[in-house]
Design a protein around this ligand. Structure first.
Ligand SMILES: *Cc1c(COP(=O)(O)O)cnc(C)c1O
Length: 330
């Protein structure tokens, strides 16, 4: 089987497993795991922020991040297919007690005019107030689309002028960086709090980080424990993340090339594929997924009509070419 359902399906390589086995560890709830601290400092530095917090999942990093910026009863604005709106099972409402309104863009981009229309200033005790705006880069369900840095900068300026915060769901910020060459610190400067995942394109088995100002990250540490996310000798997991940062960032360019090759086979213009995800609409999405499976290729349906194909570390050029032949025939 050639597995193109998600970039989360990768298995740790020998090198990564060796790094995990060697890791120095301690009890991270006491702040005593040196490998976790090294990873947190490294990722905070990379994004030009003061501090970072290791979390078991990207969903937990997002729930903590948005919950720090938006009080119960306030709202966050985001694009309608954002992961926080569609793929976190309502956690932001169920756990944090906040509300959400959305704008829609076919490529998951910031639509500043729409944001301006939605934005609700503090008008007193009558209306829900917009406390934060959330963006996703790259945008998962919009086919791995990159959000241009200029638009993120404009959004940050818009939000700052109105006293609102910006959350960046950067689960695949690594892919955006490799696709554009924009430094991580430039992306970091466009948000108050950023979440990044190690378990997507970077190929680590577990782990995400929340990145932001020291005071917010300190509060996130308390809330992570409250959610049951305080972990002990997790340096063995952080070591996988450090290994991934050392070895698996620049190679994302291969995944992007493989995705363009698969796009062509699926009848999608490769010029519209920014990174490692190809998403396209088919009225019979579920049937297409089943037929591909029968021919040895696993792909996913991420909506009643949307098919998604994702390349990753465990997909070689030959795998991508073989899958492209199967998908083209379908
Ligand atoms: C995968 C993903 C996350 C986090 O997912 P987890 O499975 O909880 O780690 C967050 N945002 C986006 C855009 C993602 O693709």
């Amino acid at each position: 089987m050639i597995d193109l359902r998600s970039d989360t399906v990768t298995r740790p390589s020998e090198g990564m497993r060796a790094a995990m086995a060697r890791a120095d560890v301690g009890d991270d709830v006491y702040g005593e795991d040196p490998t976790v601290r090294e990873l947190e400092e490294r990722v905070a530095g990379l994004l030009g922020h003061e501090a970072a917090l290791f979390t078991p999942t990207g969903s937990m990093a997002n729930v903590l991040a948005v919950g720090l910026l938006v009080a119960p009863g306030q709202e966050v604005l985001c694009e309608s297919r954002a992961h926080i709106a569609r793929a976190e099972l309502g956690a932001h409402g169920a756990v944090s007690g906040l509300t959400m309104r959305t704008w829609s863009h076919p490529r998951g981009q910031v639509d500043l005019a729409a944001v301006e229309d939605l934005f609700a200033p503090d008008l007193g005790p009558f209306f829900v107030r917009t406390a934060a705006i959330s963006v996703e880069n790259t945008h998962n369900f919009a086919g791995g689309a990159v959000l241009p840095i200029g638009e993120l900068q404009a959004l940050r300026a818009f939000a700052s002028e109105r006293g609102a915060a910006v959350h960046l769901d950067g689960a695949r910020l690594w892919n955006a960086h490799v696709a554009t060459g924009v430094p991580f610190s430039a992306y970091g400067a466009t948000a108050d709090v950023v979440a990044v995942c190690l378990s997507k394109g970077l190929g680590a088995p577990v782990g995400s980080l929340l990145v932001g100002p020291a005071a917010l990250v300190a509060e996130a540490r308390v809330r992570r424990k409250r959610l049951g996310g305080g972990m002990r000798q997790v340096g063995i997991l952080a070591a996988a993340g450090i290994y991934a940062l050392d070895h698996h960032v620049e190679r994302l360019a291969d995944d992007h090339a493989h995705a363009r090759l698969l796009a062509e086979a699926c009848g999608v213009d490769p010029a519209t594929v920014d990174t490692n995800i190809v998403a396209f609409d088919r009225p019979d999405a579920v049937a297409v997924v089943e037929k591909a499976r029968a021919d040895g290729v696993l792909i996913g349906a991420v909506g009643a009509r949307t098919v998604r194909v994702v390349t990753h570390l465990d997909i070689s050029r030959a795998d991508a070419e073989a899958a492209a032949r199967v998908l083209a025939a379908l």
